[in-house]
Design a binder for this molecule. Structure first.
Ligand SMILES: *Cc1c(COP(=O)(O)O)cnc(C)c1O
Length: 345
């Protein structure tokens, strides 16, 4: 089976796992007034994350979902209006911040440009007409096909945040994919954001965890939110050690994932019914299934029987995601299977 469902499938390698054995550990959930825990390995990972994103501080959390939720509930309170795009992960998949039973935040929607990044003109109009408390952007954008926010749009987002005194949160689950794709550093990309979450558990290849980064003052408050949500962990250095290994060794490999995704896209061009985009920015290819006369779930089922496993994306699409541990050979084989499936439709 060639499994192309997600970059969450990455497995920790032996060298990464061996770093756990020598990692100094402590109780990272026991934090001081500066939100620093007692696990030196977690603290080291947090310092690395802060440095890489150009922020003062960072905290380690068990998931990206909790990282985003912690950020939103730290920036906002019940009934606050939050600007997000209609396809954003933290609305479509995560929800808790906006649930009447949980965070009670009110979403106000902007749209993405045809290129797949935030429409800053629309954002400005909404900032003028609503008492917005937070602006959320996603980079790279999962639902839009791994699109990257270009430098001018990042600049504009930062400018709007300052002009309207609205903090900006970046869901950077794939922040380092955005960096690899744009040639900007993670810190340059994050300059427009007051807080940023990134996952170490996706393309970077660590088994578990996400980082939330921001100012010292924000992180101290976010630490209290994390505790409320049950996200304080104990000897989490066993996880953080893998994150440190990922950040030290595996960031450059993301460019390979992007190359392999482009190879895959090239091999899939010009199919009859399955619709692929002309170009992609990073490691995600979203494929339209509307012309097949089948549901996306059926397409996934059919292809799985033939040895390629894709995932669903939105209501009408399926998705290919490239990540470490996949080979060019597998990509060629998968493309061949998908092409012949399309030809027989
Ligand atoms: C995966 C993902 C998340 C959530 O991360 P988990 O670790 O799976 O909870 C948030 N935002 C985006 C864009 C993602 O792709």
């Amino acid at each position: 089976m060639i499994d192309l469902r997600s970059d969450t499938l990455t497995m920790p390698g032996r060298e990464m796992l061996e770093t756990i054995l020598s990692a100094p550990l402590g109780d990272s959930g026991r934090t001081d007034s500066e939100a620093r825990g007692c696990d030196p390995t977690v603290s080291r990972l947090e310092d690395m994350a802060a440095q890489l994103t150009g922020k003062e501080r960072a905290i380690f959390l068990p998931s990206g979902t909790m990282g985003n939720l912690t950020a939103l509930l730290t920036h906002c309170g019940p009934n606050d209006e939050v600007l997000i795009d209609t396809r954003q992960h933290l609305y479509r998949t995560e929800k808790a911040a906006f649930e009447p039973k949980f965070g009670q935040l009110k979403p106000v929607f902007y749209h993405l440009t045809p290129g797949g990044w935030p429409d800053t003109d629309e954002i400005e109009t909404l900032l003028k007409t609503h008492p917005i408390k937070l602006l959320c952007v996603e980079n790279t954008h999962n639902g839009a096909g791994g699109t990257v926010i270009p430098p001018e749009a990042l600049e504009k987002i930062g400018e709007l945040g300052r002009k309207y005194s609205v903090p900006v949160h970046m869901d950077g689950a794939r922040l380092f994919n955005a960096a690899a794709a744009s040639g900007l550093s993670a810190a340059e990309i994050c300059r427009c954001a007051d807080s940023v979450m990134f996952c170490i558990s996706k393309g970077l290849g660590a088994p578990v965890g996400s980082m939330l980064c921001g100012s010292r003052e924000f992180i101290i408050r976010a630490n209290a939110t994390r505790k409320l949500l049950g996200g304080s962990m104990r000897q989490a250095g066993v996880l953080a050690a893998c994150g440190i290994y990922a950040l030290e060794h595996q960031i450059p490999d993301l460019a390979e994932d992007h190359r392999r995704a482009k190879l895959c896209l090239d091999l899939l061009q010009g199919m009859k019914k399955l619709q692929v985009p002309e170009r992609i920015c990073s490691n995600i290819i979203i494929i339209g299934t509307e012309a097949t006369g089948k549901t996306p779930a059926q397409v996934v089922d059919d292809l799985k029987k033939q040895g390629v496993w894709l995932s669903l994306s939105g209501d009408t699409c399926v998705r290919i995601v490239l990540c470490r541990d996949r080979t060019d050979e597998e990509v060629r084989k998968a493309a061949e299977i998908i092409r012949s499936y399309d030809a027989a439709l």
